[in-house]
Design a protein around this ligand. Structure first.
Ligand code: URA
Length: 176
């Protein structure tokens, strides 16, 4: 993955941000793409958005080192712009391999880009906080739990409330 040049994002980023956490995790959190801090350190979710995620994990008494964190795009887009559809699709095989190795019980998608890369044509406003069962040829049945992106939760109070309510459902989903 560190030598990937499938799309052009590698040209402007400092490094590939692979993933972080427990490769045997029951739950994987998938964001959009690395930001500035992630690009500097090579670790996903270590900037201000990552701090929200850390707080939320602490609120449900789950340790960051017990989950797995990654992004649909492994390289930082210039100026943190949204990833382009071709960047997402070129990076997809890496994510597929990560999921195949980890075999999580639940895949939490953070934000619309991560959600729509698994389930196109659904609106996050309609499906957040609900388990979506999907079938992907190489991976079989997956349980997707869509959440709003923590960065969006920082901007809007309403989104923050929804994000917190949805996040609080995670422990019971893992028990099932
Ligand atoms: N940091 C990440 O690694 N991913 C995001 O989606 C946002 C911040």
């Amino acid at each position: 993955m560190s030598a990937c040049n499938n799309c052009t994002l590698y040209k402007n980023c400092s490094r590939v941000v692979f993933g972080d956490g427990n490769p045997e995790a029951e739950i994987i959190f998938i964001g959009e793409a690395p930001g500035k801090k992630e690009d500097e350190l090579g670790i996903p979710f270590v900037g201000s958005t990552g701090r929200i995620l850390d707080k939320m994990l602490a609120s449900i008494k789950i340790k960051r080192e017990d989950v797995y964190l990654t992004n649909i795009c492994k390289c930082r887009p210039p100026e943190n712009r949204d990833p382009l559809p071709e960047e997402v699709s070129e990076c997809w095989p890496w994510l597929e391999k990560q999921i195949a190795i980890i075999e999580p019980k639940i895949i939490v998608t953070l934000g619309k880009y991560a959600l729509n890369s698994f389930v196109p044509n659904v609106k996050i406003s309609e499906v957040h906080g609900k388990i979506l069962k999907i079938n992907i040829p190489k991976l079989g049945e997956l349980k997707i739990f869509p959440l709003h992106h923590p960065a969006a939760a920082r901007i809007s109070r309403k989104t923050r409330t929804l994000f917190e309510e949805d996040f609080a459902k995670i422990p019971s989903l893992l028990k099932k």
